[in-house]
Design a binder for this molecule. Structure first.
Ligand code: NAP
Length: 154
């Protein structure tokens, strides 16, 4: 199963200013809906609290600290599922991710919630596709496959 992390990020690698921010600056909500519709979506409890609308048409799983990511993923028998944040949840699911769908936005926060709130393993990314979000503003979604066989040459 493809386990896809999907996120809007700032140019300095943040996904929000603080844990309670509802993300209103993202330009890729339409693409997010199109890509996740019909698939399981996994999110942390903080992100769930920040939602202004229900994510209809998707099997939504809200993760708490006592949950085991491996067990959660094992209950899905689908071609793919999406990990949709926030930073804590992204970090907890990071060992299981197969893809990153990232949309860098032309904004810098300086501080906030990182894409991965905790240290993760190094990942080598292979670009598979780019999708235009707002071409005139230079906003594209980059779809990467994660390659974990990294030769450490120093
Ligand atoms: N830009 C984007 O694409 C994007 C996407 C998604 C979210 N966001 C933003 O990201 C922010 C939320 O991110 P987040 O990282 O704070 O939260 P999160 O990952 O959504 O939720 C927090 C998770 O961490 C757990 N947790 C909390 N405290 C913990 C602790 N001390 N030890 C272990 N686990 C703990 C929570 O479990 P419990 O339920 O048990 O507390 C929950 O599973 C929001 O502002 C949201 O809008 C942005």
């Amino acid at each position: 199963m493809d386990v896809i992390l999907i996120a809007a990020v700032t140019q300095d690698g943040f996904i929000s200013r603080h844990a309670h921010e509802t993300v209103r600056w993202s330009k890729d909500l339409r693409l997010f809906k199109e890509q996740t519709l019909g698939w399981p979506v996994i999110m942390g409890s903080h992100t769930f609290r920040c939602l202004t609308k229900e994510l209809t048409g998707r099997d939504v799983c809200i993760v708490h600290r006592s949950d085991d990511p491996k067990k959660i993923l094992s209950k899905y028998n689908t071609e793919k599922c999406f990990v949709i944040g926030g930073g804590k949840t992204n970090a907890r699911f990071s060992p299981h991710l197969t893809h990153l769908y990232l949309t860098p936005h032309p904004i810098v926060f300086g501080s906030g919630i990182r894409l991965f709130s905790e240290p993760t393993e190094e990942m080598k990314l292979k670009l598979e596709k780019t999708v235009a979000v707002e071409k005139s503003e230079g906003i594209f979604q980059y779809q990467y496959r994660i390659n974990r066989d990294i030769g450490h040459t120093g």
